[in-house]
Design a binder for this molecule. Structure first.
Ligand SMILES: CC(C)(COP(=O)(O)OP(=O)(O)OC[C@H]1O[C@@H](n2cnc3c(N)ncnc32)[C@H](O)[C@@H]1OP(=O)(O)O)[C@@H](O)C(=O)NCCC(=O)NCCS
Length: 204
């Protein structure tokens, strides 16, 4: 996280046509936790209920999207030099968010979710651009995506992420997020990696 960050205004484009919707990407504050929870609770279950079952998905959501858990996570990211909890916002409404930190064995993009009603409007791309602008050239991070989430896989691949290895998603996720769960189903997942070009200048 950077001191004194300036929000980045974004104008989504289709081809060369700028769209009318405007939003800014900025660091999350604890006041954003309820809006982030509202997006995450729906978004996580939309892509994971069929993969791990609704009961386990609901339990994971309860542990990772409670206001207390989000408040703690946003606060930790705000204090750390090498963590980012970013949101996209328009007229006071949170449209999507991204959570990245370096607390595990490797830097990791833990979550990127856009309001299900606002997908394919450039919000995910803008969040990713802002994260990448903040990373040091040559730095690298991993992310986990379930194999069945073809939409997100394609999104990542088109942004330069490559598949590093296959693994069991729920056990990796549970450990990476520090969760406490009795039993977990297995689900094929991919660990993908992004590396920022070492000749790329940090953007402001
Ligand atoms: C994956 C996800 C974060 C992407 O966010 P998004 O806001 O939908 O992504 P964008 O709109 O920036 O880009 C998606 C595509 O829409 C296109 N697009 C962008 N603006 C557009 C517009 N106004 N109209 C039509 N298409 C548009 C982009 O070009 C992009 O296509 P590309 O990948 O071929 O370049 C989002 O779909 C999401 O929340 N998915 C569910 C949660 C999830 O799976 N998260 C990852 C868990 S590992």
């Amino acid at each position: 996280m950077r001191p004194d960050p300036a929000p980045t205004a974004q104008t989504p484009h289709i081809g060369n046509e700028p769209q009318s919707a405007h939003f800014v990407v900025r660091e999350a504050t604890v006041a954003d936790a309820p809006a982030i929870a509202a997006i995450g609770r729906v978004g996580f279950r939309a892509v994971h209920d069929d993969v791990i079952g609704p009961a386990v998905a609901a339990e994971l959501v309860d542990q990772t999207y409670s206001i207390a858990a989000l408040t703690e996570c946003i606060t930790r990211c705000a204090k750390a030099e090498d963590a980012e909890f970013l949101i996209a916002e328009s007229d006071g409404n949170v449209l999507g968010y991204l959570h990245y930190d370096c607390e595990g064995s490797e830097p990791e993009l833990h979550r990127i979710y856009v309001d299900v009603e606002r997908k394919r409007a450039g919000i995910g791309s803008a969040l990713m651009r802002e994260l990448h602008a903040r990373l040091t050239p040559g730095s690298s991070y991993v992310l986990l995506v379930v194999e069945a989430n073809t939409e997100a896989r394609a999104f990542y691949e088109r942004r330069g992420m490559t598949v590093e290895r296959r693994l069991d998603g729920p056990s990796y996720f549970s450990s990476a997020m520090g969760l406490d769960l009795d039993s977990l189903p297995q689900a094929d997942a991919l660990l993908m990696r992004f590396t920022k070009n070492s000749d790329e200048r940090p953007q402001s």
